[in-house]
Ligand binder design. Sequence first.
Ligand code: NMX
Ligand code: MLT
Length: 441
Amino acid sequence: MDRLKEKFKEKATPIAAEIKEIIKTHGDKKLGEITIAQVYQGMKGMVGMVTETSKLDAEEGIRFRGYSIPELRKQLPKAPGGTEPLPEGIFYLMLVGELPTQEDVTFITNEWAKRSVVPKHVFDVLDKLPVEAHPMTQFVTAVMAMQTESVFAKAYAKGINKKDYWEYVYEDSMNLIARLPRVAAYIYRRKYKGGAHIEPDHKLDWAANFAHMLGYEEFDMKRLMRLYLTIHADHEGGNVSAHTTHLVGSALSDPYLAFAAGMNGLAGPLHGLANQEVLAWIMDLKEQLGGGLPTKDQIAEFIKKTLLEGKVVPGYGHAVLRKTDPRFTAQQDFYKTYIGHDDICEIVQMIYEVAPPILEATGKIKNPWPNVDAHSGALLVHYGMYEYDFYTVLFGVSRALGVLASLIWDRATGSPIERPGSVTTDWVKKKIASMEQPAKA
Ligand code: NMX
Ligand code: MLT
């Protein structure tokens, strides 16, 4: 058993026992009430699952195992000469529940390098897709093609004890995370760079090697990639990609199947695809105004026009957050610290000043503040990545860290098949009628 797996076992074994005891002793205690609005409107605010890796606060934003993003930018280990955290570190933190040492992250870098060989048939499958296929379609197809490698599926077919499920899910998750950058880079180079692929450089850390395989050798892009892959990793359990991965995994579908399902959700424009939508929206704004920097009044008009057309303003609003997303703020800080001036990034800052009061004035948008997607594309464009329909794949590579760490926890804690109840509108109407009947004297 490798040292990370050993450490996870040491942490998870007593917690799995504790959870069993909590269910046995306190299982019938109530955690809240469910309203009709919640049932019809996306179960917002309804506690419905346990996710150990991170917790979202509506006002403060995400904390990974109790640590905020500014704390993690300071405290997680860095690459030699680097100033942003290594994503290997956030994976360790989410999986083990403790901050890693430099040695812990070096172990993960080496382990992922060792596990990173992608079978040839995955590239063959990708090569058969039309090059115009959306990068997220190609990404999910590649993950599905890699499912042939699942050690969990093979072991399950032979017959394994439930107590050991997590061990196979750990192996699949580590292999999958190790291989995703190679697959993502292959899609990028195939689609936008005429198929001129770049071999991995295993002397580099996971994020820097990803930037290298994409074709970005500058230190600055590697630094951005480390931050990007860290801050997109997890957002508690209820977001579409995390919840889908958890739900599909609960049927004991292996990590490849579960992660691919989650990625299909990330590809939706209200979720991860919003990062490409933001850039498309900004480019549209620029184009309609004849290029150059727009004025704040022009931005305000464009926002109002978007709303009048019955469209969403991408990058703004959130199902849980009620303040500016700290992931937006971290990227804003990155811009101010390392870039200083860039036209698209300046437009992002101007939108931040102009949009919230307009969105607030609609009276219906619960959160008028920017989310993570409002800033990410502008930084990527600054470093030369103009292909914005690829951005959600970067989000997906990062999100693998959180959802797969959670999947390992799910299997280690004996989380069962998820199967909430559903009702019909007729049932709801009868329930309302019964609640409105005057109590019998
Ligand atoms: N622009 C226009 N309308 C909005 C926006 C927005 N940015 N945000 C919310 N609304 C509307 C929403 O469509 C709904 O309208 P209606 O009643 O006509 O159906 C109303 O305001 C109330 O919605 P909320 O309860 O505030 O938001 P909800 O929880 O339903 O949705 C989002 C959350 C994130 C889906 C929504 O804010 C949105 O569509 N934002 C734009 C897309 C986006 O940036 N998504 C990325 C989220 C982060 N991520 O990476 O996943
Ligand atoms: C996420 O990172 O998953 C998004 O902010 C969406 C969410 O949390 O609902």
